[in-house]
Design a protein around this ligand. Structure first.
Ligand code: CA
Length: 542
């Protein structure tokens, strides 16, 4: 059998690696800030990667997503503003990285730079291009097996949306029959503290939770619900694969049951247009609340509890509040609770997004912790979301939202980049531009590309059920992921120095190595009886 032969060869290779490999010794200093000079030291050892497998990409909703703020990604026409044609120029790059899905932040017409206040749900903002550009992007992405989901901002519209201006105009004339009045929450005598109320000259007030520019929409309006269906139908029929739902828990404020009923209705309708639609919701809240929204039948809810330096990933890797063992147990429990609330639910892990300082800020600008943080969330079941620039360790300078949405650092020649939002502070770059990292075997970019490649080679990882495997070494997190009849085993050293484990203590046996990721560039040494893990390393077995 061909398969057997491969396994034998791999075993032989393993022994060879273990005989010649030096034992890892390096200890990581968490307070060591990795400037460009350290980055180069780290990259000196340019080893060839072993254990490359064949790609096995399955066309379903388990994908490797990449979030793009379009205005800061790639400019195609020289005006400094990123645009849809710019994304088309970078599709080959994204495919090469291993990306199989894109989340585009809002692209509909909007008066703001961020475009979360929409004035037309059926068009593309002129700064980004046209509907024809978008159709071309969908078609070019499809050629590369990349799905596109778009931000759907339906908690509120812009106060310049014609629906809102028509409603306000009608109210000012005391014409209460205008249908657009029902689209929003207008009140003459607002209850104190019930809403963020914005008064209007006519004596009416309206709800606008986020700002006066963003009047909340009223999902109790039958007319509006028909409009929502039209919007969903319009984009799904054009070829988008689904939506990222902005501010999902604010539709009916602090009423999870009503929100879930709304999203159940939403999903039921969306599935009549595309039965494979993919919807991921922003519920920026605690563990119980996030998990609650899986009951709606939406595919995914962003995994805020584990995200970033302040979530469980950072609390384990940085502050060591939890051991690797405890972390994996906690994560396994979280994933099981998703399935309890929705057997089809797909965890959506991420490190950071457009609303927070970039993850490399939180991970102390240390190259090893940044790489290991990537290895943790990218090798677990679900659909991970990478924020553009995260794959090269971009940081954000300043504390404005604009600073979190800076230009993608393609090249150290800043004239080749987008300008970024007008109010953005000047951005610093601790790690080299993509043009440099792409040539290096051990860069942050290489870690992301390798982790995504491992996902794309081993479909079990995204789709399988995670089982925690208890072990006696605190630093090691060990888990099994089983999909259909196949299991992969992942072992990670969350510690700052090398640790070893006897093969007898693994709790399982394996036939082959499927891959590895080592933040320090040292070797994982597999000998007859034991395995020695460098600090912040990951081994994938089968
Ligand atoms: Ca442009």
């Amino acid at each position: 059998m061909k398969t057997k032969k491969i396994i034998c060869n791999l075993t032989l290779l393993l022994l060879l690696v273990s005989c010649s490999a030096k034992k890892p010794t390096m200890e990581i200093n968490i307070n060591e800030f990795a400037r460009e000079d350290l980055f180069d030291v780290n990259l000196k050892e340019e080893k060839k990667y072993e254990y490359e497998q064949e790609l096995n990409i399955i066309d379903d909703n388990y994908r490797n997503y990449y979030e793009i703020f379009v205005g800061s990604f790639q400019d195609s026409n020289g005006d400094g503003m990123g645009d849809l044609q710019g994304i088309i120029q970078k599709l080959d790059y994204l495919q090469e990285l291993g990306i199989t899905g894109l989340w585009l932040m809002p692209i509909n017409p909007s008066p703001s730079y961020h475009k979360y206040d929409i004035t037309d749900y059926y068009d593309i903002d002129k700064a980004y291009g046209s509907l024809d550009d978008f159709k071309e992007l969908l078609s070019e992405a499809k050629k590369r097996s990349i799905n596109i989901i778009m931000d759907l901002v339906i908690n509120h519209s812009s106060n310049s949306h014609p629906w809102f201006t028509a409603a306000v105009n009608a109210l000012s004339k005391n014409d209460l029959t205008n249908k657009y009045i029902s689209y929003y929450n207008f009140e003459k005598n607002p209850t104190k503290d019930k809403y963020y109320n914005y008064g209007m000259p006519t004596g009416w007030y309206y709800e606008g939770w986020f700002s006066s520019n963003m009047p909340d929409l009223n999902m109790d309006s039958e007319e509006l619900l028909k409009e929502i269906q039209n919007i969903v139908k319009f984009w799904l029929e054009m070829g988008v694969s689904g939506f990222r739902i902005d501010a999902a828990m604010h539709i009916y404020r602090a009423n999870n049951d009503k929100n879930n009923a709304f999203f159940k209705w939403f999903m039921d309708y969306a599935k009549t247009i595309n039965e494979n639609v993919y919807v991921v919701a922003e519920v920026w809240s605690d563990t119980n609340t996030v998990l609650e929204y899986y009951k709606s039948s939406m595919n995914s809810v962003f995994n805020y509890p584990f995200a970033g330096a302040g979530g469980y990933i950072g609390r384990t890797i940085l502050s060591q509040e939890f051991t690797g063992n405890e972390y994996i147990e906690k994560l396994t429990e979280y994933k099981a609770k998703i399935k309890a609330n929705n057997p089809e639910g797909i965890d959506a892990m991420f490190l950071s997004n457009h609303d927070n300082p970039r993850s490399a800020n939180g991970f102390r600008q240390n190259i090893y912790t940044i790489k290991f943080a990537a290895a943790t969330y990218l090798l677990t079941p679900g659909t991970p979301f990478i924020y553009y620039g995260e794959e090269i360790g971009m940081i954000s300078s300043g504390s404005l939202d604009e600073d979190y949405r800076g230009p993608m650092y393609w090249d150290s020649d800043l004239t080749k980049l987008c300008k970024g939002p007008a109010l953005m502070h000047e951005q610093e770059f601790f790690f080299p531009a993509l043009s440099k990292q792409i040539k290096q075997n051990n860069s942050i970019y290489a870690t992301y590309k390798r982790a995504l490649r491992i996902r794309n080679e081993n479909p079990e990882i995204a789709r399988g059920t995670m089982t925690y495997i208890e072990n006696k070494t605190d630093e090691l997190g060990i888990y099994k992921i089983t999909h259909e009849d196949s299991s992969v085993y992942i072992i990670q050293n969350f510690g700052y120095k090398p640790v070893s484990i006897s093969k007898n203590d693994l709790g399982f046996t394996y036939d082959e190595v499927r891959g590895y990721l080592v933040a320090t560039g040292e070797n994982i040494v597999i000998s007859k009886d034991k395995i020695v893990f460098p600090a912040f390393s990951t081994l994938i077995l089968k």
